[in-house]
Ligand binder design. Structure first.
Ligand code: MRU
Length: 356
């Protein structure tokens, strides 16, 4: 993979590992289905291709989905007809909104792009302004990750290095760069406050095994891969002081939807008196939903569970329940860290203070 980002708009602060590159006439996505075996970039020139890439998990992770969708809207304007451009872009926005249901960053980004679209006077105007807005969304996400890492470290008040356990992939691959929970891990490592990260493999899609270990190893960050079922035994040993995860949607009462298995980890953390932190940009907060019960939870094809890497590990056609996210209730969470600030023991009042 090319190291660094060739896009001048984002070049200055972008870390080595990136998943999304803007070329002006196209967006390039690192195909995360093929990692770690192969670093293969797809070049996509239209909104329909971006929607398909999100649905197929070429690009995944809540902030990265939002950023890609924003570039998708910019591409829709480029490919539109001079006469009917507004309607064509609106149809593309609708198609992008259909791609995945749980991460609210997708809808947040589309809303922001639609706001700009409404102010455009011609297709040419839309081509320029939508691209500018998408690049801004991308850059702001990277800046938010950096700010969250600082705030998290301050809140952790560590006097000596500790071990961390994380779930799924929340790193540069899942964001505009650097990462949310993995951004905190990166910063702990930079400050010599990290002993080791335990990475849950994260069945069934194996984001932890395939992506988190790959991206941390590239940066020389000590990482140990474990089966999801080993998390309890790891927490019982005592050297993990924090479980740190990302989020796909946070509701007004502080409930958090994240990768399936997160809720179980939060229960385990409370039992073992290990602190539980959620790190997510403000674009993940959905104050229009009262609680986690209102979050649409995506269910994906049973083949993702019946097979591993295309090889059957269960009888063909066996019934499968495959929700890809779960909801962790706010009362199991110690901290929610966003770039706007930190919510301790999240509940309605604390959330409203920061997000109204
Ligand atoms: O199905 P995925 O891989 O898109 O799910 C990703 C997660 O659940 C992440 O934890 C979340 O999006 C936060 S990424 C910064």
């Amino acid at each position: 993979m090319t190291r660094g980002n060739p896009d001048p708009a984002t070049q200055t602060a972008t870390p080595d590992t990136v998943a999304i590159r803007w070329l002006g006439h196209a967006v390039q996505l690192l195909d995360q289905r093929r990692l770690p075996q192969e670093e293969h970039w797809l070049t996509i020139e239209g909104a329909a291709g971006v929607a398909q890439a999100i649905r197929d998990m070429v690009v995944r992770g809540a902030p990265a989905i939002g950023i890609s969708a924003a570039y998708g809207v910019a591409l829709a304007a480029r490919g539109a007809d001079d006469q009917d451009w507004l309607r064509e872009v609106e149809v593309s926005v609708e198609a992008l909104a259909e791609s995945r249901p749980t991460a609210v960053n997708l809808f947040w980004a589309l809303q922001r792009m639609t706001g700009v679209l409404r102010q455009c006077h011609s297709r040419e105007d839309a081509v320029a302004r939508l691209a500018e807005e998408a690049v801004a969304i991308h850059q702001e996400d990277l800046a938010a990750n950096m700010a969250m890492a600082d705030l998290a470290l301050e809140a952790m008040e560590l006097s000596r290095p500790c071990a961390i356990l994380t779930h799924c992939n929340t790193g540069a691959l899942a964001t505009g760069g650097y990462g949310t929970a993995l951004g905190v891990v990166r910063r702990l490592h930079e400050q010599k406050l990290l002993k080791r990260v335990y990475a849950d493999e994260t069945r069934p899609w194996l984001q932890g095994a395939r992506l988190t270990t790959w991206e941390l190893a590239r940066d020389g960050i000590p990482v140990t891969l474990n089966a999801d079922g080993a998390a309890a035994a790891i927490l019982a040993r005592g050297d993990v002081k924090w479980v740190i995860v990302g989020a796909d949607r946070i509701t007004a009462n502080g409930d958090v939807a994240n990768k399936i298995g997160t809720y179980g980890l939060a229960v385990l953390a409370r039992h073992h008196k290990v602190k539980f932190m959620v790190v997510a940009p403000a674009s993940t907060v959905d104050m229009s939903l009262e609680s986690g019960r209102d979050i649409p939870i995506e269910e994906r094809d049973g083949r993702e569970v019946r097979q591993v890497g295309g090889i059957s590990v269960a009888p063909e056609g066996v019934d499968v329940f495959n929700p890809v996210f779960d909801v962790t209730p706010a009362n199991l969470i110690d901290l929610i860290v966003t770039e706007r600030g930190v919510v301790h023991t999240p509940e309605v009042t604390g959330m409203h203070k920061l997000f109204d």
